[in-house]
Design a protein around this ligand. Sequence first.
Ligand SMILES: Nc1ncnc2c1ncn2[C@@H]1O[C@H](COP(=O)(O)OP(=O)(O)O)[C@@H](O)[C@H]1O
Ligand SMILES: CC(=O)N[C@@H](CCC(=O)OP(=O)(O)O)C(=O)O
Length: 260
Amino acid sequence: MKNIIVIKCGGSTLANLSVDFFEGIAAMKQKGKHPIIVHGGGPAINRMLEVEKVETEFVEGLRKTTPEVLKTAEKVLTGYVSESIVSSLQQAGVQAIGLSGVERKLLEGVPLDIEKLGLVGDIEQVNIEVLKDQMDAGNIPVIAPIAFNETYGKLNVNADTAASAVAKAIQAEELIFVTDVDGILCGGKLEETLTVSAVERFIENGTIYGGMIPKVNAATSSLIGNIEKVTIANGNGKNKKKDGTLKGTSIVKDKVCNTL
Ligand SMILES: Nc1ncnc2c1ncn2[C@@H]1O[C@H](COP(=O)(O)OP(=O)(O)O)[C@@H](O)[C@H]1O
Ligand SMILES: CC(=O)N[C@@H](CCC(=O)OP(=O)(O)O)C(=O)O
């Protein structure tokens, strides 16, 4: 679909998102773009698990998910986090609707490795009709990364992975990861544009680590089909271009060498 922009709001930055940020999304819609939000909520899940005295562990950037952890993750993501984004968008003057990935099988998942990660999924299919129906009704979809699975019922999905799957399936023109840093930093300096192979080198030499790894992997895997531009930017709103769009790191395809 034309003019679709998928915006992934990282849990790291949700508390810092300003009125200005949500008004920016409302302005996008008023200009004829179709924003879709996919959100995380890792820190909020951590806080709730602490209150509930449930232990949690990350394996290669992914939360090992027992049935108990899944219950809490779902409650936090589809409840508190989703509702606060929906209400902020509505305060900015646009209609929004919270959707769990389970809703009408919006996100269909497959377990990655039950033994190692428990109920953690990758996305096998995105049923974009669910999104189209909401957009046709004038609503901005706000998606929580819980996927449906026939065997296990529900799976916990990394929100960067979910955003990338949604962007690819709906053929978005742009994917933006909003996080708590200005973009990809190298020696403290912001890299404004990086090619896929430069990103791979940065992972190899340790410049990119931790939570940035699933994000850049999701970013590079999105650079197929319609998506020409993937940006990683800060949600604090301090880093803006003259036209009001967020400044950050753009990840672009490697130039194809013409060997003829
Ligand atoms: N090269 C890098 N440049 C910037 N941040 C990096 C880099 N490598 C790792 N990071 C880390 O990635 C974090 C963002 O990922 P994460 O915490 O998972 O955010 P989110 O919740 O937004 O998905 C940053 O806060 C930073 O600690
Ligand atoms: C499998 C897995 O790790 N799921 C994540 C889902 C939320 C998420 O990805 O939130 P951020 O965007 O804040 O990282 C979790 O349970 O924390």
